[in-house]
Design a protein around this ligand. Structure first.
Ligand SMILES: Cc1ncc(COP(=O)(O)O)c(C=O)c1O
Length: 484
């Protein structure tokens, strides 16, 4: 009998923990990129015929892999909408990988899936009974919600599309603002509606969907015999953090008997914060919602939730045919964890094997509570506002948006008049220099056709000095570029 990997857990952990601690405290954010030639050569090797053993592998993990990771958890990283996890959910993820690497049968991890879905809904201001399911990210979460919407839309026309597929020649439309995340298009493609089945509704000056144009589009499609499947309202766009007018969308959706889906992958946790809740008015009138705990809750990547009013629609859309090997014959009292499956999440989404993600959300909410998470959100929204005000007050900076949430969009503008094309090029170069020389790591977007430097304050380690420092560096680098 042989054991192929017998290194003790404590010993293994101790090999890597110091490297992880160093990684979280590092300041040399450009180091990995500079050293790329050496670590690539060391790691990109032929398949080993014989193993190096546990100690050598862990040492390599610490010295070459961790030390050359991506600085998403750094205090000055404000790119995309991606959070580095804090310590408690990171350890919860580690624990789940070892103590319950599946989400079914009877275990505390399994129970926390249900409990945390309930807590998360309440955090987002969804107090009424809604059914939830975790998945890997906003992409899959949107797919599940829109799958339920498609099921409902075609059932109304007498077709069980999950079972029978789309009827020949059937067309269905999803409506979302031009600022909505492109995962909506992918979901439409996977659901057989086609990427072009998503109608991009133009936005107003605040990057929010234009309800008047939406109503016209639905009217025209209905007249042409195309089935409206869903209206998507974005509760916090990826580009600018804009929140669509959800009440107006709900009015239109109700008038046309269309499903309203709220993509709150980023913004929905802010709906539970008292002074921000008004911005999400109408949100509760929807039929489905998504939220990504791996964004504002900082659970570590790979965790999203979909909520629907009627879980049977998810079931009819996504159920698998029964599998004999999954039957767990229990008879009343449960004496073995394998006598009860638990909630059949595997029949409500696209994953069978899946990690128990609920423990991550539970860990964050157990650690911080509603109040602590609310504090985090307020702090981040305050940072976006502060940067916007600093930009407004400075003669050589400009704010391109009024932040709704924690995204700010700013650019450098020299005193000498310059057209937008010139300002775009200048700010692109400025951003590159910021990345290469300062450790401030926002990313960019385009607002109303203009290139914007776009920090999203969502990380657990930012503080006010990082906001002021970013504004100062933008001015210094912009001035240096103009003086060249
Ligand atoms: C509003 C919105 N929806 C969906 C997504 C996709 O989420 P994920 O990257 O978790 O798949 C994002 C990602 O940033 C997002 O901001």
């Amino acid at each position: 009998m042989g054991v192929d990997s017998a290194f003790g857990l404590t010993e293994a952990t101790l090999e890597v923990l110091p490297a992880l601690e160093r990684w979280l405290e590092f300041t040399d954010v450009t180091g990995p990129a500079r050293r790329r030639d050496s670590w690539r050569a060391e790691l990109d090797t032929p398949l080993p015929e014989h193993g190096a053993g546990a100690r050598a592998t862990l040492a390599e993990l610490a010295e070459r892999v961790v030390a050359n990771g991506l600085p998403v958890g750094a205090p000055r990283f404000t790119g995309f909408i991606t959070t580095g996890p804090s310590a408690v959910p990171a350890i919860a993820q580690f624990a789940a990988a070892l103590a319950s690497p599946q989400r079914y049968a009877v275990s505390a991890f399994n129970l926390l899936e249900d409990v945390s879905l309930r807590w998360l809904a309440q955090i987002c201001g969804l107090d009424e009974p809604v059914a939830g399911i975790y998945s890997s990210g906003g992409s899959v979460a949107n797919l599940l919600a829109l799958g339920a919407a498609r099921q409902a839309a075609f059932e109304r026309r007498g077709v069980d599309v999950g079972r029978d597929g789309l009827p020949p020649g059937a067309r269905g439309r999803i409506y979302a603002s031009a600022e909505a995340h492109h995962t909506i298009q992918r979901a439409a493609a996977v659901l057989g509606l086609g990427r072009d089945g998503v109608r991009a509704v133009p936005v107003d000056g605040r990057q929010r969907i234009r309800p008047d144009l939406l109503a016209d589009m639905i009217g025209a499609d209905v007249a042409a015999g195309t089935a409206p499947v869903a209206v998507v309202g974005v509760a916090g766009t990826t580009n600018t953090g804009a929140i669509d007018p959800l009440n107006a969308l709900a009015d239109i959706a109700e008038r046309h008997d269309v499903w309203l889906h709220v993509d709150g992958a980023y913004g929905l946790p802010a709906a539970g914060v008292e002074e921000l809740a008004g911005r999400f008015d109408g949100m509760r009138r929807a039929q489905s919602w998504i939220v990504d705990p791996h964004k504002w809750l900082a659970t570590g990547v790979g965790c999203a939730a979909t909520y629907v009013r009627d879980p049977q629609l998810l079931h009819r859309c996504f159920t698998q045919t029964p599998a004999a090997y999954l039957a767990m014959p229990g008879q009343g009292a449960v004496a073995s964890p394998f006598e009860e499956f638990g909630v059949h999440y595997d029949d409500m989404g696209v994953e069978l094997s899946a990690p128990p993600r609920g423990v991550l959300v539970w860990a964050v909410l157990r650690e911080l509570g509603r109040a602590g998470l609310g504090e985090r959100i307020r702090r981040h929204v305050g940072y976006a506002r502060r940067l916007t005000e600093l930009a407004r007050d400075h003669p050589r900076l400009e704010a391109l948006t009024e932040p709704e949430l924690s995204v700010a969009c700013v650019r450098y503008r020299p005193l000498r008049p310059a057209d937008d094309a010139h300002l775009d090029r200048l700010n692109e170069e400025l951003l590159r220099r910021l990345w290469r020389t300062t450790g401030y790591l926002p990313t960019s977007t385009v607002v109303g056709g203009r290139f914007a430097i776009r920090p999203c304050f969502i990380g657990v380690r930012h503080d006010e000095a990082d906001v002021d420092g970013l504004a100062q560096r933008l001015v210094e680098l912009g001035d240096a570029l103009v003086a060249q």
